[in-house]
Design a binder for this molecule. Sequence first.
Ligand code: NAD
Length: 246
Amino acid sequence: MRLKDKVAIVTGAGQGIGEATALKFAREGAVLAVCDLNPDAVARVVDACRKTGATAEGFVTDVANRESVTEMVLTVLRKFQRIDILVNNAGITKDARLQKMTLKQFDDVIDVNLRGVFHVAQAVVDIMVEQGAGVILNASSVVGLYGNYGQTNYAAAKFGVIGFTKTWSRELGPKGIRVNAVAPGFIETPILSTVPEEVLTKMRDQVPLRRLGKPEEIANIYAFLASDEASYINGAVIEASGGMTL
Ligand code: NAD
């Protein structure tokens, strides 16, 4: 068990990569704070984590809302006395070409995918500094490395998350806190549910492995980066795309 008794917050843990990450962490012995906007999903994932034998608490948290985040972090601290790992996974898409994108589409994605990451990191950072230890992991994307058609808002947020990661790894490394980002390619989760089948086929053909990724394959990376096995990895962006960008 690589994360035995580590207290971990996973945002957007109600489905997809976040759910797989919460479950993987539970199996690795972590104590889970399962955070998501969707209360039913929170209850389901908490239950699944507990079935592995792990301790898990659910939080209906909106990462875009600072008060909601502060309340969640204070409750986690009160219940479990420390916060060892933060996985900033919550994310949304609202795609449109630059010529069509509304301000609302732009703001909604920035509020969750960029500002949300800032909110949760800022809420845990003093606690981790006081502990002299901690790990912050941020969800970027291959779109945060190369851009993507129709994703001005999402690309800006995912590039921004890499900027956060590199900045925080410099600021917090001397205080015993490691900060890294994961940049997945196309992973089979509900986030892809709005993508037409012919586009999905094109995506698969672009990948040398000839398939999309699975949420568990990203969860494995988060578990590794969160563990002491990654003790010298700081400020890194790990791309996991099956080689689609080669
Ligand atoms: P998903 O849509 O399947 O799940 C996202 C979860 O986040 C949902 O449960 C949703 O309720 C929750 N959420 C949304 N807004 C929230 C908010 N304001 N506060 C709290 N929770 C909120 O997405 P996914 O595919 O599992 O993606 C997870 C992360 O990985 C995202 O940051 C996404 O951008 C990133 N990512 C995904 C892919 C992919 O292909 N699936 C690729 C690269 C990066």
